[in-house]
Design a protein around this ligand. Structure first.
Ligand code: HSE
Length: 429
């Protein structure tokens, strides 16, 4: 698949670097090589090594290039982007875009044109960056009737509301917005973020995918977060609620609700736990029930992940078998050795019933240190009748070391009965 990239900003550079880094992994999955044939950008991006690339300053050269099969529209905006996509489709090229405004406002005409031309248009990256929400709704939940959907789909607004929640801070909206801009989350012109327009673009697309209705951005009720004060957040908190900016769409007897606005939600709700710039979408469906999708809604890496997934989809659709059963083509399934449980490394929770007498703690820590196990935390509980319960959290330790230490701990005369061990899992690399 020969690809032309239009736009080399945050998303374009992320896509270029992701394809360069994972070209071999993509070939294992699709059975095809993906090649960046041309890059159209107004100026180079210092985050990208373009030394081997065919670069043009005229993005329209990319959509005219007969050696290109698939155009990535990553310039943003609606006017030039629409012309670019229209011309790419007329020239028989597939299109992948990250442009939510373009799809929300012109998607229907673009899809109609693509159907006539026999090419594909994909836009996973337009909504919630790295979360595969389009795929999840369109494919994973395809068997369901969807009844509602609610999402935190603007990271900047969520970041601002989260900052305003911090106890003791009496930050003003403008101060937090400035911080969001300095951190690079907010758009240069923050109106789209804080007035809910960006979220309305995304909700428009989500509602069409959920309910099979035309894209109707103009019909979305749109309210941003600029009217929310720290006082509102505090009062809501006292009543058991958080204030979140949600995009909500719901099917009812009367039609479909399409709305974007700040709203109180119970603190126990999963969406209430989504903080900072993170995005999440909850979907209510008749067979799968409620499901929630969470992740980074913006940034070079997450957005590039979605763009390249769309490229892979289009590549797989070219082959006769579609997406392989295991995601990799059969000839690229490669065995890897399975790590024995004794060789894994993780921190542990240990609970011991001990005699409550001098020197016991020293004996426990001596055993642990002899196995090179460091203690992260320790508490003594339930001290009565000459006995006590000791709970220890260790730092990371190889399984076979903690196994050996547990055998020795159990052998101590001060330790009574079993030693409980529960592994602690850190959910990151
Ligand atoms: N400005 C958007 C946000 C970026 O804050 O979520 C992703 O569309």
């Amino acid at each position: 698949m020969r690809i032309g990239i239009c736009g080399l900003g945050t998303v374009g550079s992320g896509v270029f670097n992701l394809i360069a880094r994972n070209a071999e992994e993509i070939r294992r999955k699709t059975g095809f090589a993906i090649e960046i044939t041309q890059v159209g950008c107004r100026k180079d991006n210092p985050n990208v090594d373009l030394s081997q690339a065919n670069v043009t300053r005229d993005i329209f050269e990319v959509v005219k290039n007969p050696d290109i099969d698939l155009v990535l529209e990553l310039i943003g905006g609606t006017d030039v982007a629409l012309k670019l996509v229209t011309e790419a489709i007329s020239n028989g090229k597939h299109v992948v875009t990250a442009n939510k405004a373009l799809i929300a406002m012109h998607g229907d005409e673009i899809f109609a044109q693509a159907a006539v031309a026999g090419v594909r248009v994909r836009f996973e990256a337009a909504i919630a960056g790295g979360i595969p929400i389009v795929k999840s709704i369109r494919e994973g939940l395809a068997a369901n009737r969807i009844s509602w959907l609610a999402g935190i789909i603007n990271g900047t607004s969520n970041f601002i509301l989260t900052e305003m929640e911090q106890p003791g801070t009496n930050l003003k909206f403008e101060d937090v917005l400035r911080e969001a801009q300095e951190l690079g989350y907010a758009e240069a012109d923050p109106t789209f973020d804080v007035e809910g327009i960006d979220a309305a673009h995304k909700l428009t697309i989500l509602s069409s995918i959920a309910f099979g209705i035309p894209l109707q951005f103009d019909a979305v009720y749109t309210e941003g977060i600029s009217g929310v004060t720290s006082e509102d957040i505090q009062y809501a908190d006292e009543l058991g609620y958080k204030i979140k900016h949600l995009g909500i769409t719901r099917k009812s007897e009367n039609g479909v609700e399409l709305r974007v606005h700040p709203t109180l939600i119970r603190k126990e709700e999963m969406l209430a736990q989504v903080n900072g710039v993170m995005n999440a979408v909850m979907v209510g469906s008749d067979s799968a029930g409620g499901t929630m999708y969470y992740g980074a809604g913006a940034g070079a890496g997450p957005t590039a992940s979605a763009v390249v997934a769309d490229v892979i989809d289009i590549v797989c659709a070219q082959g006769s078998t579609g997406i392989p059963n295991l995601g990799f083509t059969p000839k690229n399934i490669q065995a890897l050795p399975v790590v024995a449980i004794e060789e894994i490394t993780c921190a542990c929770y240990l609970k011991l019933n001990v005699l409550d007498q001098p020197g016991v703690m020293a004996q426990l820590s001596t055993v642990l240190s002899q196995h090179d196990i460091s203690i992260e935390a320790l508490i003594q509980k339930d001290t009565h009748g000459g006995n006590a319960v000791i709970v220890i959290l260790t730092n990371d330790v190889v399984e076979k070391s903690i196994n050996a230490a547990i055998v020795e701990l159990k052998a101590l005369s001060a330790v009574k009965g079993e030693v409980t061990r529960i592994r602690i899992t850190a959910l990151h690399d």
